[in-house]
Design a protein around this ligand. Sequence first.
Ligand SMILES: [Zn+2]
Length: 201
Amino acid sequence: MDLKENSSIIVIMNQNIATIRKHYSTLTDEKIRSLVGKDLLTLTPDGLQVLKEEVVKRDLPLLKSIDDAFKQEELINQLILDKCNEIRDLPCPICNSNEYKLNAIQLTTVTSLLATNVKKQLHIGCNNCLMELKQSAEDKTSLLGWWGFWGLFETSKALRINDIGAEELKLDRPSSALTTYVSELIEEKTLIARSLHNVSN
Ligand SMILES: [Zn+2]
């Protein structure tokens, strides 16, 4: 990512925080109280940070709940990272090698034969296997995807998204496809545990 791209992302992030800040500043104390009373982990980290600022500014006795949510979020992020690293140490499910750490990529393949068909699939494997899969998704999409207006639109979008996924594989850390996969698994498990807890009570 070059410097210009990086600074435009920072501008978007700042705009996002400014919008949330403006929104929270218009809410009544009562509304802020009810927001804090709900599940704070459904807020984005930016949302939680701005809510904290608002609580401090209004001197509302809600700081502990927000700080607890920050701590909980930190624990969840650590859990996600630990689980990702456990997966990364497994042998590759495609070539069986354990020479390289595993990672994940979500590949989009577009075919436009009778109608434009967009297929998204998550793959977990070593970088060599994932790059081979990316190449074959790219070949198939380039050959079969671009027929018709929607095909052309979806083809260029798919090729771009697959490229971004492949760029992430070059970094020695869990890709966003892997962290999303793991966090969805954890979320699903937590929801099941919660519903079992509710049933047993
Ligand atoms: Zn492999």
